[in-house]
Design a protein around this ligand. Structure first.
Ligand code: UDP
Ligand code: MG
Length: 321
């Protein structure tokens, strides 16, 4: 079979890891081509997400030396999710299947074989799922697993222990292209596309050079982004809370009437003050959540482009495409 595979790799300040990543990806592509599982037109597409270091010149060099590598250069840093989307949309029209993975080779490259096999078996989306988190620190493990649980509880359904290592067929990507939202959380959107899904388990290793581009602050805003851009459940919980507080206030009213009927009219000053504070807090909280959604509507109505590609590297020879 000769289906064309594109491997999309978003890169932000990755000059240290790129040469090694490129070497291993090249080996993988050549092996798969040798086995006849993918066509000779298959490529690795590096997306430079507005890096401040020499990442783009490394990518240009790789492209010059070997036709298996191509690159796309974003106009500025737009973050992992947008860089990934830019790569997926660039690869969509050139390939039959696209695999996305990180530049740091934390995702086990050997899972690619199984993903391609699943594609040939008829899967449109193949999720790479981490088999264990034994290598993670206790902190990373608990926060990450808690993240998936909280996300699912709040209505943003994601595949457990799946990050952005996945294969998507051309058909699935065409579906993805129709999700026009600006606030992008791919992990939550991809399951919404549907079609046949497959799962491949893999071990996630350590980043072999450089440091993580996802500090805690970015992780938290990523989680918040996921929840608020996919689900309106939080707002429903607020409504529920308001309803419960209302019920309690009715019970309190009944209670005070009963006390009054017994001639016991001592009314606690402290409880009044406490209620004022509690209700004031709740109102503020509700306003905050509502504001979050209104902010999103505001951004969506602007219809800003999610990315602008400066340049795409590819062969000029048409037959090479
Ligand atoms: N990345 C990106 N833009 C950013 C931050 C990260 O394209 O603004 C890329 C980065 O180059 C890497 C991937 O996203 O290929 C995942 O980042 P990283 O490995 O730092 O995250 P971690 O594995 O620590 O969660
Ligand atoms: Mg990483």
């Amino acid at each position: 079979m000769s289906d064309t595979l594109y491997i999309v790799v978003p890169c932000y300040n990755e000059e240290e890891v790129l040469p090694e990543t490129a070497r291993r990806l090249r080996e993988k592509l050549e092996q798969l081509m040798g086995e006849g599982k993918i066509s000779p037109q298959s490529r690795v597409l590096f997306v430079n997400d507005g890096s401040r270091d020499g990442t783009w010149s490394v990518i240009q060099g790789l492209h010059r030396d070997c036709p298996l590598f191509s690159g796309a250069d974003l106009s500025r840093n737009r973050g992992h999710q947008n860089a990934l989307l830019a790569g997926l949309m660039t690869a969509k029209d050139r390939s039959d299947m696209v695999i996305s993975m990180d530049a740091d080779l934390q995702d086990d490259i050997n899972a690619v074989d199984a993903m391609v096999d699943k594609f040939h078996e008829g899967c449109d989306i193949v999720y790479g799922v981490r088999s264990s988190r034994a290598k993670d620190s206790f902190f990373k493990r608990t926060t990450a697993e808690g993240f998936y649980r909280v996300m699912n509880f709040l209505g943003a359904e994601t595949v457990f222990n799946h990050a952005d290592y996945r294969l998507m067929s051309r058909r699935a990507l065409e579906g993805l292209a129709q999700f026009r939202e600006v606030n992008l959380f791919l992990r939550g959107i991809v399951p919404l596309i549907g079609y046949n899904a497959g799962y491949v388990a893999y071990e996630r290793g350590e980043r072999f050079a450089g440091e993580s581009k996802y500090p805690l602050k970015k992780m938290l805003s990523f989680a918040l982004e996921g929840i608020t851009s996919l689900s309106t459940k939080p707002i429903r919980y607020i409504t529920l809370l308001g309803f419960l507080v209302f019920l309690v206030s009715i019970l309190m009213l009944v209670y005070s009437v009963v006390r009054w009927a017994h001639g016991d009219t001592v009314i606690g000053w402290a409880s009044v003050i406490c209620s004022v504070w509690a209700i004031g807090g709740l109102i503020l909280l509700s306003l905050g959540v509502i504001g979050e959604y209104i902010g999103k509507i505001y951004l969506e109505t602007k219809g800003r482009p999610r990315f602008l590609i400066r340049e795409v590297l590819e062969e000029t020879d048409e037959t090479a495409l």
